[in-house]
Design a protein around this ligand. Structure first.
Ligand SMILES: [Zn+2]
Length: 124
């Protein structure tokens, strides 16, 4: 079951972030059939985050998925020639860690504010 966590404007479009369970089919890797930490559903403006992650991992995973959305919406795939999804993943992984650290260091990431809600549930 998905729980609505946040809405985030990304490149002028509102995206909804849901916490979800490992058995959510959209959170499973299509090749390896394993559960992911997070995933963008690009054509639905949805980001899924695995609710089983420790709270300390949530900012990094959320920013990782936001970067995927930015790459998708900004046209960076085309302008940077990102033909393979592995290329995009390398760029996102390379940027997400330092970006999270920079935002956390200047106080822009307030970890208590990123705690997911507990009770509110929403149907898919
Ligand atoms: Zn990724």
């Amino acid at each position: 079951m998905r729980t609505k966590w946040l809405t985030i404007p990304i490149v002028g479009i509102e995206w909804t972030v849901y916490l979800t369970d490992e058995d959510d089919a959209d959170l499973r890797d299509s090749n390896e059939h394993k559960s992911l930490e997070g995933r963008c559903l690009f054509w639905k403006n949805i980001i899924l985050v695995n609710r089983r992650l420790p709270v300390s991992r949530l900012p990094d995973v959320l920013l990782h998925e936001v970067l995927h959305a930015v790459v998708f919406l900004s046209g960076a795939r085309e302008t940077c020639g990102l033909g393979e999804s592995d290329d995009e993943e390398k760029i996102v992984v390379t940027l997400a860690g330092p970006l999270t650290a920079a935002l956390a260091a200047c106080g822009a990431l307030k970890f208590p504010d990123l705690k997911p809600p507990v009770a509110k549930k929403e149907k898919r």
